[in-house]
Design a protein around this ligand. Structure first.
Ligand code: HEM
Length: 146
């Protein structure tokens, strides 16, 4: 089964993402440390963009991921909110090329946290989802004068 044209996930991919999110919530503290550690290793220049505490920041990121996963069956309805979030990110100083780094760092961190549970198919499903989310956020960047 292939994802539809909107970059949405197959029913099987949605199931894998939902199940792994449950586990991720249990590992949120270590996930955060792993994620930001990796992000700043891959892109040290973005460290200075984060002004609030990383605990606070990672809570917001995880909450947003929960919102996204809960809305998997109606991703289209989430688009305006993601575009708005993307527009906000322009003011934070996030650049389009940072989205790939963030996705890579997050997938790496989830792999470390969940180990075998984060198998190839689950990773591919998250990769697909993060691509769709990044694209929707970047759509917001595009329509906002930087
Ligand atoms: C999947 C993509 C992303 C999601 C879901 C996401 C989510 C969020 C959320 C929910 C917030 C909090 C917004 C608020 O307080 O209203 C935030 C803030 C922020 N994000 Fe992202 N983000 C993403 C990508 C990025 C990227 C690529 C960067 C670039 C390095 C970035 C840097 C930041 C910064 C600097 C802040 C503000 C931190 C502060 O207040 O100190 N984000 N993000």
């Amino acid at each position: 089964m292939t994802p539809d044209a909107n970059g949405a996930l197959t029913p099987q991919q949605k199931r894998l993402v939902r199940e792994s999110l449950e586990s991720l919530r249990e590992y949120s503290t270590s996930l955060t440390k792993l994620f930001y550690g990796r992000l700043f290793e891959l892109a040290p220049q973005v460290r200075g963009l984060f002004k609030t505490s990383l605990e606070e920041q990672s809570r917001k990121l995880l909450d947003m991921l929960v919102t996204i996963v809960e809305a998997l069956d109606h991703f289209e309805e989430l688009r305006p909110r993601l575009a708005e979030l993307g527009a906000k990110h322009v003011t934070y100083g996030a650049r389009p090329e940072h989205y790939d780094v963030l996705r890579i760092a997050l997938l790496w961190a989830i792999t470390q946290a969940l180990e075998q549970e984060f198998d190839r198919d689950t990773k591919a499903a998250w990769d697909q989802l993060l691509h769709a989310v990044s694209a929707a956020m970047l759509e917001g960047e595009r329509i906002t004068p930087a």
